[in-house]
Ligand binder design. Structure first.
Ligand code: ADP
Length: 339
């Protein structure tokens, strides 16, 4: 495994995220209003969101050198988002501002039992075009990683994936929110990272047990994807390639708020793969980052820093080593094989 504590001195980004950014405007209310009803007594806060921005922030905090390609309006939300991404150390030169268009906004109502009601206005995110996506080729080197999701137009995602592959970079596609995808796009994907529901939708097979996961993964691999990583919530993630079939267990933590766990997972996975970790090790690293995030509130604010992830990651490796000495368990056997 490469030296995880090594200083990174390069100036070109290792990871380019092409994707969405939103401002979440949240009102906590005693009960959700019915149509036509007004509910008083709420409290208001804003939070930065959007899968692209969430994943870019998670990758930067996990130690990646990150550039983001996105589209913002010329409003105050856009100013705030740009400043916040830059403050995370993310290169924002390729984020385009569009005059006369609002930045992406999500209006969210949450009641006392956590039930919610959400309306999203994509705004400038919907204007992220093919040419924006293709610009990733100017930013990525052959050892780089493109990280994309599905909250921006599909043609943009395809254009970005094509451009990344042209320079020899790897492509991670987090297929969220779930939708049908063309075979051309899947053929460009190095690592696909659906959750169970998205995997089921894409493969057209229900996922409920290990054998099902194998079938789903096989169906997706047959469509030309290099590797499939199905995230399994607290259970971790299932990794499938032509050579590997393995469930990488999650980290036992007390979950408090799982919002954005998938985004943290993807950001950290991109960092680990850019550092040339093996896929199972990269998934272990991503599981650790996502596990820490679910112990905290919110999406972007919950993304852990590299030192925290490494502390958990190193702890488990030590525990695995100890376990190997006493009882060679199934997972210890995997750990030996991966070492
Ligand atoms: P999504 O949030 O996209 O639906 P998952 O629920 O599968 O995706 O979660 C993504 C990742 O977050 C998991 O693979 C795991 O690493 C981590 N995770 C989610 N929930 C928990 C939990 N309760 N405990 C530990 N890790 C978790």
């Amino acid at each position: 495994m490469p030296d995880l504590h090594a200083q990174r001195t390069r100036t070109t980004p290792r990871i380019v995220v092409v994707g969405s950014s939103n401002t979440d405007m949240v009102v906590r209310v005693p009960t959700l209003p019915r149509p036509g009803e007004t509910v008083l007594g709420g409290t208001f806060f804003t939070a930065r969101g959007g899968k692209g921005a969430n994943q870019a922030v998670a990758a930067a905090r996990a130690g990646g050198s990150v550039a983001m390609i996105g589209c913002l309006g010329d409003d105050a939300f856009g100013d705030d988002t740009l400043a916040a991404l830059a403050a995370e150390g993310i290169a924002v030169d390729a984020i385009r501002r569009v005059a006369g268009t609002p930045s992406g906004v999500a209006l969210i109502l949450v009641d006392e039992v956590g039930e919610n009601c959400i309306a999203v206005a994509s705004g400038a995110n919907a204007l992220l075009g093919d040419e924006d996506g293709a610009r990733c080729a100017e930013l990525l080197a052959p050892d780089g990683v493109l990280l994309v999701q599905l909250e921006t137009p599909l043609e943009t995602v395809v254009a970005a994936a094509r451009a990344a592959r042209r320079v020899g970079a790897r492509v991670i596609l987090n297929p969220a929110p779930a939708r049908e995808l063309p075979d051309e796009l899947l053929g460009l994907v190095s690592v696909l990272t659906p959750n169970e529901y998205e995997a089921e939708r894409l493969a057209g097979i229900p996922v409920s047990e290990e054998r099902r996961l194998e079938h789903v993964a096989s169906a997706l691999l047959a469509r030309g994807i290099g590797a499939v990583v199905v995230t399994l919530g607290a259970a971790g993630a299932y990794v499938a390639t032509a050579e590997i079939r393995e469930t990488v267990p999650g980290w036992p933590v007390e979950a408090r708020d799982t919002t954005g766990a998938g985004d943290v997972f993807n950001g950290a996975l991109a960092v680990a793969l850019a550092e040339e970790m093996s896929l199972p090790d990269a998934v272990r690293f991503a599981n650790a980052a996502a596990a820490i995030s679910v112990t905290r509130d919110g999406a972007q604010p919950a993304a852990p820093r590299r030192a925290e992830i490494l502390e958990l990651f190193a702890g488990r490796n030590d525990a695995d080593a100890a376990g190997r000495e006493t009882q060679p368990s199934h997972s210890a056997k995997h750990a030996e094989r991966d070492a």
